[in-house]
Design a protein around this ligand. Sequence first.
Ligand code: ATP
Ligand code: MG
Length: 602
Amino acid sequence: MDIFHSSILFFYHITEKRKKNRKFVIFKFIYKKYFTMRQTQFFIPTLKELPNEAKIPSHQLMLRAGLVRGLAAGVFSFLPLGYRVIKKIMTILREEIDAIGGQEFLLPALNPIEIWEQTNRVEAMGDVLFHIKNRDGLVLAPTHEEIITYHAKQHIQSYRDMPQIWYQIQTKFRNEPRPKSGVLRGRQFIMKDAYSLDNSWEGLDLAYQKHYDAYVKIFNRCGIKFFVVGASSGAMGGKQSQEFMVESNSGEDVCAISENYAANLEVATSNVPPVSRIDKNPEIEEFATPNAKTIDDLVEQFAIPEERCAKSVLYMVDDKPWLILMRGNDELNETKLQAVAGTTNIRYIAPEELKELTGAEHGSIGPVNIPKNIKVVADLLLKNANGMVSGANKDGFHLKNIDLARDAKIDNYFDLRTVKEGELCIETGKPLRVVKAIELGHIFKLGTRYSQALEANFLDADGKTNPIIMGSYGIGVERIMACYIEQNFDDKGIIWNNTLAPFSVHLLGLNSHKSEEVAQACEEIYNKLNTENIETLFDDRAETAGVKFNDADLLGLPVQVIVGQKNLKENNIEIKVRRTDERFIIKLDELITWLKKFFDNK
Ligand code: ATP
Ligand code: MG
């Protein structure tokens, strides 16, 4: 608010309330001037057209409502309206992490590369880590486990120095390959990252649980619907980790969920009976299948039940060939394969390599008489199955009556299949839904992975040296904002709750530029809302009612207070609740009571 309007407000308070306590009035004025705004002065560049580059609702709406602007791929500027939301999210994060004993740091984004080399993460992060061209020895930090551990090593000496919870709200840099989801996947983004330092594993369990509980509170306060999944720890390393997920078509993760169960598809399992053994168990028989290249072809052309087909896929795992045998109608889950292989270095085999190794093409491969240098693993559902059909390792031929126990040498059976929609939950027996989701937060039990690498040790009560036991806990700040929008919008715009809304009330003066009466009433209401500390955006622009209504719906503040000449004649104003589209006509002097009651009940 500029000096001119500040003075008007000041003048208003002095004249209107002169008879009352003047000091009190001045105090209130100073306190409030930062969070009330007139739209004629506030920078809200709304867009009428859908920006081309924006493919998902949160990105589209954040651009249209003037919350952010893109600057480069994965790089965004937050405009004043958007930054108000970010600040509210940060306040909630600070309150909840402070409440579990967190102490706030601010660590630098520029990090010495040596520290990252010591934990082997320059290599593990690969291209995601930003290097700096004209200053050797520095990288841009994608996260801060290393730096926290470095400071812990400097100053934590005894078991008495712990537990500690250290956190920050700070900018991270990650060279994400193809950022296309707006602020959901930025190359620069803000993270609340917290780290626990403990002298015992029980201490770590406690710190982990505290963060779990704090995360539940944070997301509940923000009004975000979420679920929690157990997750693989990826490049972080460590023992146990969980992800807080938001169901959304804009998500890049896929999860299987049902009541009381949720798992990333990378680890999800379901209750599917194994392929049954059949009594008749004749010898294997080869048969010609010149036109059958897929399981569907086999099923159609030879009337073989789908589950009696065993599908073979070949992968190079650390440059060694593996044949993976799946039920015909199942998909191999590559992450599960990586987990059982103990490496991420896997790839689908190239056709020439396949031909050279087996003498046959994809579609005619099978586990019987496969060259010995190929390791054979099969999905658990195929354990001891018989009466199976699979490729004969000869183009255009398959084998039937295969008894996997009798005719093939299966090195190992693992759970390798991808869970499908509608399969039954292993815990509840209810059907699973397979949904796309966004990862909003992640909690890890790191253990001693970083403290060992950086030699961050402490002396225990017996005087013995031990590595510090650590946890790390991250939440994406912009992701909270974008996930909230993904869950709360309609065809007109965003629908904010009062916790995250940039302002609580949108005051709309209909034709206020033409009607002195409306303009005057709006000024009075605006000032009253200021006095009551109700954060208000006042649309005082010389625009038509239609433009104001559309913009108000697009911006999505929880309550619109609509001041029009007709209602004013009766001393009335109209209120519209953005989420429900409910409308109320109330007396002017009931406004504050109405709003307070409304916001208290939210
Ligand atoms: P993702 O799998 O989505 O890339 P991640 O596993 O790399 O996420 P973490 O390293 O656990 O994420 O980071 C902690 C949190 O930071 C994430 O839960 C997410 O909310 C946020 N985050 C991570 N990467 C980004 C990004 N590129 N843009 C915005 N927020 C991010
Ligand atoms: Mg990532």
